[in-house]
Design a protein around this ligand. Structure first.
Ligand code: SF4
Length: 338
């Protein structure tokens, strides 16, 4: 099957089923060839900036959930600027801003004001916030946002209800259709994903791949990427997650690259330095210099962390490591001139 020119959904199921080491090696060879065709040996670097950690949802897998008694904080615009300056000095020009879901603490107008500040420093601004209406995505784009990251977290509807028992995030469809609304609004780049460890792995990755394929077919003018984060330990964790071994995650990434060759893969600091280094031949985007606290780039003690990270390399360290391994670190991939 690996010598077929076009891999279909049935093939994808086979690629996600248990395979032996020889077949996994053959998958790696095909995935590498496909990846090099479209991305070459370059890795786009970015970092997340947490604007606030107030949240009204009760996602059972997240340290910021409303039931957790943690230090909450929201950046004032002067603090946003301080964070921006600290990140700018590292050389990064792509930024991802995050909030919890609280329209009271982080309304759309507040996020737009933060984007206005960040525009002075960065060529590309991505948002990872609560799902918006098409009109609000249009406002974000007008303000200078070019990319959206939004994970369905879990595609299985029953499991989705179990892990999102309370709050607006329990509306499966509103979240599922957010990438479509953003594409209709004119978003340049959309990154979707599933949080691995919440449900059956094969089925979740299959659904994720079908979701992005459908979006790609309907919105050819938009560029897409996927993330496959594994659950990381967090303050107050109370549930058992499904095991996702390194080998399984490798197979998932290879299967996605073979089925969707033009799609970028983003690998965050949830994964270790060693794992991320090994996966460079299949990945196009990585975070660096990461702080999962609100205000953590300019103030070490700003808030509690959302989750523990596994790769604590600074931007400088990441750049050095990438060069030693024969990859080109990209700090500024493009300029949003709209
Ligand atoms: S995952 Fe997002 S929406 Fe859910 S509790 Fe955490 S911050 Fe809130």
């Amino acid at each position: 099957m690996l010598d077929k020119r076009v891999i279909d959904k049935e093939d994808l199921r086979a690629l996600l089923s248990p395979v032996d080491d020889v077949f996994l090696e053959e998958m790696a060879e095909r995935a590498y060839r496909e990846h090099m065709k479209f991305f070459g040996k370059s890795i786009l670097l970015y970092t997340p900036l947490y604007l606030a950690n107030y949240c009204v949802n009760q996602c059972v897998y997240c340290g910021y959930n409303v039931k957790n008694d943690i230090k909450r904080h929201q950046l004032g615009l002067d603090q946003v600027e301080a964070e921006a300056k600290a990140i700018y000095e590292t050389g990064l020009r792509h930024i991802l801003i995050l909030t919890g879901e609280s329209e009271r603490h982080t309304p759309v107008d507040y996020i737009l004001s933060a984007v206005k500040v960040l525009k002075k420093f960065f060529s590309s601004i991505a948002i990872e916030i609560y799902p918006l209406s098409q009109t609000d995505y249009e406002r974000m784009i007008q303000a200078g946002v070019d990319s959206l990251t939004i994970y369905q977290e879990v595609y299985d509807r029953k499991r989705y209800s179990q892990v999102h028992p309370y709050g607006p995030k329990s509306d499966y469809d509103f979240r599922f259709l957010a990438p479509e609304r953003a594409a209709e609004a004119g978003m340049f780049h959309i990154n979707i994903g599933a949080l691995l460890g919440l449900h059956d792995l094969t089925e979740e990755v299959y659904q994720l791949a079908c979701h992005v394929k459908d979006l790609q077919d309907r919105y050819p003018e938009v560029t897409f990427s996927v993330s496959v984060p594994r659950i990381r330990p967090f303050e107050g964790q109370t549930f058992e997650s499904v095991e996702v071994s390194d080998r399984m995650l490798v197979q998932i990434i290879l299967a996605l690259k073979i089925y969707l060759p033009t799609i970028g893969i983003t690998l965050s600091t949830r994964e270790s330095k060693s794992f991320r280094n090994h996966m460079l031949p299949f990945v196009s985007k990585m975070s660096a210099g990461v702080k999962t606290t609100v205000g953590g780039h300019s103030d070490e003690a700003a808030s509690d962390v959302q989750f523990d990270i596994a790769d604590e390399r600074s931007v400088d360290e990441m750049m050095k490591d990438l060069k030693v391994l024969g990859y080109q670190p990209v700090l500024k991939d493009w300029l949003n001139i709209s």
